[in-house]
Design a protein around this ligand. Structure first.
Ligand code: HEM
Length: 395
């Protein structure tokens, strides 16, 4: 693969926005994606463990954790679509090469995710079918490993031709995984799954701390577990992160930044774990989102450096401002944010007391605004579509 060939693989139409916007959105949406999928894996693991314990607290926690895992998987899948779109806009040569090389796994990705979610849902509905839960876990991990390999194969353009045609003979089966780095996968998935679980358990203890019907000893149990999960996450992330630095980090000449980020995140949470309290759960959440952003920036920096050696820079991606798409993007955001915030506030209010609660009148007004914006969005969407159709009738 020559630098010229790599550049020639870019979309001749160019990106629809300045590539920096796509790059920032790629990192930010990736952070949200990884937050939810690691929450899903962490809570599923603790849920499955809890199912095997007899103590009441564990049984109770298992139910909560499995339910959390279902919600987090749904949010993780939804939030995965956004980075998928942005990565294809500014890194299409790398992404499409990787998806072609691993054609079988790319094709199986959606069925694997759908089946994983289905099995998880069955576990949630039936409550005690641990075997079904393990199948769901295996499928979700396979989906994660597929995404990991797709993202990482793109970092090695100099190896693509050899992977495609080992010894000069094309291998079009698409059955092999390429580019993966197991320590990186373990740090990003298992290390962060324990950290996400710790943060979520702390939020749970914070949210229910004023509910009289939730036993105090259960909340204390959850709070204690959250500290353990944070400490475990710090150790796993630090350990696997250092191995990541010694493997892929060294290969790409970036061992030092990877090791530094691994040590900073691990150190921060190892020191924070014994002090983490339900009262300060929002602070812990903020700290964690900051750490995830740091790791997200590191991932992006590694990609920029690896492809930069081949003369590829996402910031040099040709682009034309596509105002129609931008307008549509902004209008969708404007309509979606109030509706989502309103629903989140309703959910927040509904669990504050045993009988459920109504949101305040301010929140209700916000909801009305959201519904109006949504109706406006439908009209705008139809109008834009009709405008494009009519304008192209004579073309
Ligand atoms: C449900 C199970 C899933 C798990 C456990 C999972 C896990 C992961 C992990 C660990 C990474 C980081 C890989 C690395 O940097 O080495 C990742 C990246 C990514 N995931 Fe997922 N994922 C899941 C589902 C999805 C879905 C359904 C989508 C899209 C619809 C998706 C889209 C992405 C994208 C686009 C990236 C890479 C972004 C980039 O290269 O910057 N993921 N995922």
């Amino acid at each position: 693969m020559t630098p010229e060939a790599l550049l020639a693989m870019r979309d001749p139409l160019g990106a629809p926005v300045h590539p920096l916007i796509a790059q920032i959105l790629l990192v930010v949406t990736y952070v949200l994606h990884i937050f939810f999928v690691t929450t899903a894996i962490g809570s599923l693991l603790v849920g499955l463990y809890g199912l095997g314990r007899r103590e009441e607290n564990w049984q109770r926690l298992a139910k909560v954790a499995i339910r959390l895992s279902v919600q987090a998987t749904g949010l993780g899948i939804t939030m995965g679509i956004a980075p998928l779109l942005f990565v294809q806009v500014i890194y299409d040569p790398a992404w499409y090469t990787a998806t072609t090389l691993m054609g079988l796994w790319t094709t199986l990705f959606i069925p694997v995710v759908a089946l994983g979610y289905l099995f998880l849902y069955i576990l949630y509905l039936r409550g005690n079918l641990a075997g079904v839960g393990y199948v769901a876990l295996a499928l979700l991990l396979l989906a994660g490993f597929t995404m990991h390999s797709l993202a990482n194969a793109g970092l090695y353009p100099s190896r693509w031709v050899e992977w495609y045609a080992p010894g000069g003979v094309p291998d079009t089966t698409g059955v092999r995984f390429y580019g993966y780095d197991l320590p990186r996968f373990a740090a990003l998935l298992f290390g962060q799954a324990a950290l996400s679980l710790g943060v979520m358990l702390l939020l749970f203890a914070w949210y229910f701390r004023r509910r009289e019907d939730v036993p105090r000893d259960f909340l204390a149990f959850v709070e204690g577990l959250s500290r353990g999960a944070l400490r475990l996450g710090a150790v796993l992330f630090g350990g696997f992160g250092l191995l990541w630095a010694l493997t892929q980090g060294r290969e790409l000449g970036l061992a030092l930044p990877v090791a530094l980020v691994a040590l900073v995140v691990a150190g921060l949470f190892y020191l924070h774990a014994p002090r983490a309290k339900a009262e300060g759960a929002l602070g812990t959440l903020g700290l964690y989102l900051g750490a995830l952003l740091l790791v997200g920036i590191l991932r992006e920096g590694m990609r920029v450096a690896a492809l930069g050696r081949m003369g590829y820079s996402p910031l040099a991606y040709p682009f034309v401002w596509d105002w129609g798409s931008l307008l549509f993007f902004v209008a969708t955001g404007l309509a979606a944010v109030p509706v989502t915030v309103y629903l989140a506030q309703v959910l927040y209010a509904s669990g504050r007391s045993k009988e459920g609660g109504d949101p305040s009148s301010g929140v209700e007004r916000f909801g009305d605004l959201g519904v109006r914006l949504l109706v406006g969005w439908f009209i705008f969407y139809l109008g834009l579509g009709l405008f494009v159709v009519v304008r192209n009738l004579g073309a």
